[in-house]
Design a protein around this ligand. Sequence first.
Ligand code: AMP
Length: 182
Amino acid sequence: MLVASRAFGSALRACPCRSACNLPKQFRTEALQRSRHFPVAYRPATRTMASEKDKAQQAAAEGPPAAQQPTIFDKIVSKDIPATILYEDATALAFKDISPQAPVHFLVIPKKKTGLTGLSQATESHEQLLGHLLVVASKVAKQEKLQEGYRVVINDGKEGCQSVFHIHLHVLGGKQLGWPPC
Ligand code: AMP
């Protein structure tokens, strides 16, 4: 028992979140702090609509994000904080959501958001990038064996419960999903 607790203690000391814990406050999401960067297992209904609304409203209260203001996802792209990366190419990155809402839950983001803090900022200049993100979502869904189906979600703004202002696709699957989502 003592040995086990010592081993656990040293695992904690080796936690890769050590550097993330020194992140400026704006990069510390609730999920990140809660997980201490250890992968969090999927637990049904852990993310309530109320907490999502709270987070989105808090984000809205902090004011509109500047288009070039870095987000926690920029830190994942630059590898300043760890993530379980599932796919990477020159323009896109897919990684596991730190607070999974389904047995499979990953995010697809552009490496450079080029003004795309959210889908509502999309212009014709983003057509190719947005199409590419969908193709990456499909590729990674196959890779993650979601052959029975999955859902792709883009939350936008306060009422859409967006909390990270760097456009991202949520891909959720691995179980029978319900509908409607609201
Ligand atoms: P949204 O609420 O649509 O803006 O989604 C943001 C998502 O980012 C949430 O599902 C979070 O769990 C996820 N998230 C936040 N921080 C991290 C992180 N460090 N690594 C992976 N996923 C994250």
